[in-house]
Design a protein around this ligand. Structure first.
Ligand code: PGU
Length: 459
């Protein structure tokens, strides 16, 4: 192994600062992707220790970091005493009653696990629970995937979607020849930080056109067309966050052809399988298209949303390779990434997932509950759209019903969002994204009133 690399990792305070420096330079503070991240990284970098600490603490130079642009919305919401407050920030499913949901199928699986006295709490292997890994690969790639049959896929259990992206990013930084990763603009706010700290150089490709509130397909093709050969490209498998805009199957096919012709390496982020269409197979089509051509790719899966296992931190990273011997060597190196990071993953959440995925009845029960969640979100879209139409709110709001998945990218600006939070106690990310899963029939009128007031006041 490269000794410089080891040194950089073992004594990582300076390397962390360097990487954050790259991050600060990379992020354009005017883009919605950046949110307030720019100030947070600048704040970290500007801190410098003094040799004579004031106040007696060796940490007295540490400056207060801003809250996370997404998770910080919940922090602000929790502090608000208003009885009408509404949290549409974090992408977490809520029932019609506004309560978090533990799926019945998850309760059933947990009951089975508790009743099984043969289960122990020993450490899992570095790569996690074997059954979970096999079943996760099948879920995303398809039960009849030739890549799985030919043992060309290595799957490792990771800490939800975020951990899977991070492990994949670090593997690429150590073993892949091209360090650039292209992420869509905008994207989930954590992507640039995860990949920069993994050691990759983050670039963006055009994705969303605010004018049409749709895909900037021409811009996407141009940017990927001019990316260096071999560059990594981060693709949202479905239900793009935050825009809710996905390519059509024909557009996916064009993206695939372009990427394969330039040897660009796809890294799929699959955080919403089943949440876009209500069907697990339909939502995996983009990934399966890229695997069907025999080429290589990475896939990060999360069970946070589709099984409601947010806090259990269950996810998987699969790397599809051209040959079985390569996949096996790749797995040996993934173990070297994981072992010093967190040693091995937690057992409980992965056991729940494996129990559900391997039992026909439980699996069926899951698909029904998943579809019900997806359908409730779609019905919220319709209700919000109708409520704005009834109020005669200026503007075209058809994107609310056209967009896909958990979020609506409303087009509301920072000023309008701040107004809605101050006057209506409605919490959302400053880029105007709202989590439709946090809405209910009861709260739609309040949100529609707030949007109407914000739009008429600041147009
Ligand atoms: N990838 C995408 C595209 C996501 O939207 C999210 C979660 C993740 C990965 C990470 O999910 P895990 O919980 O690690 O599996 N995004 C949500 C949740 C809050 C957050 O930012 O972590 C969101 O509201 O955007």
């Amino acid at each position: 192994m490269n000794t410089n690399f080891q040194a950089q990792h073992l004594f990582n305070s300076s390397s962390t600062d360097r990487r954050l420096g790259v991050l600060a330079k990379h992020i354009d503070p005017t883009s919605s992707m950046a949110n307030t991240d720019h100030s947070s990284s600048t704040a970290i970098i500007s801190a410098s220790p003094t040799s004579h600490p004031a106040g007696g603490s060796v940490f007295s130079h540490v400056v207060q970091a801003p809250e996370d642009p997404i998770l910080g919305v919940t922090v602000a919401y929790n502090k608000d005493p208003s009885p009408v407050k509404l949290n549409l920030g974090v992408g977490a499913y809520r029932t019609e009653e506004g309560k978090p949901l533990v799926l019945n199928v998850v309760r059933h699986a947990e009951q089975q696990l508790v009743n099984d006295r043969s289960r122990v709490k020993e450490y899992l292997p570095i790569v996690g629970l074997a059954d979970f890994n096999k079943l996760s690969a099948k879920l995303i790639l398809g039960a009849d995937s030739p890549a799985i049959r030919e043992n060309r896929v290595t799957t490792v259990q990771c800490l939800s979607g975020t951990g899977s992206l991070r492990v994949g990013g670090e593997f690429l930084a150590r073993h892949y020849h091209e360090r650039s990763i292209y992420i869509p603009l905008p994207t989930w706010g954590n992507h640039p930080k995860v990949f920069t700290l993994a050691g990759l150089s983050v670039k963006t490709y055009r994705y969303y056109d605010p004018k049409t509130r749709g895909l900037d397909f021409q811009g996407l093709l141009e940017d990927l067309g001019s990316a260096p050969s071999g560059a990594v490209v981060l693709l949202h498998a479905c239900a793009h966050n935050p825009t809710g805009v996905d390519p059509t199957p024909q557009q996916w096919e064009q993206i695939r052809q372009l990427m394969r012709s330039k040897a660009l390496l796809p890294f799929f982020d699959s955080a919403y399988q089943g949440f876009a269409s209500g069907s697990l197979d339909t939502d995996a089509q983009s990934v399966r298209m890229f695997v069907a051509d025999g080429g290589e790719c990475l896939v990060a899966q999360s069970y946070a949303k589709n099984m409601g296992l947010y806090g259990e931190r269950v996810g998987a990273l699969s790397i599809v390779c051209r040959a079985a011997d390569v996949a096996s060597r790749v797995e040996s190196q993934l173990k070297l990434v994981i072992r010093p990071m967190y040693s091995n993953p937690p057992i409980h959440g992965a056991s729940i997932v494996a129990t559900i995925l391997k039992d026909r009845n439980l699996f069926h029960e899951w698909t029904i509950e998943l579809k019900a969640m997806a359908e409730r979100i779609i019905s919220m879209r319709k209700q919000l759209f109708d409520a704005l139409r009834t109020r005669g709110t200026p503007g075209d709001w058809s994107h609310i019903i056209k967009q896909i998945g958990m979020f609506t990218f409303t087009g509301l600006n920072k000023e309008q969002v701040a107004f809605m939070t101050k006057e209506y106690h409605i919490y959302m990310t400053s880029d105007g994204r709202i989590s439709m899963a946090g809405l209910s029939s009861r709260t739609v009128p309040h949100l529609a009133d707030a949007i109407h007031a914000a739009v008429t006041r600041f147009s």
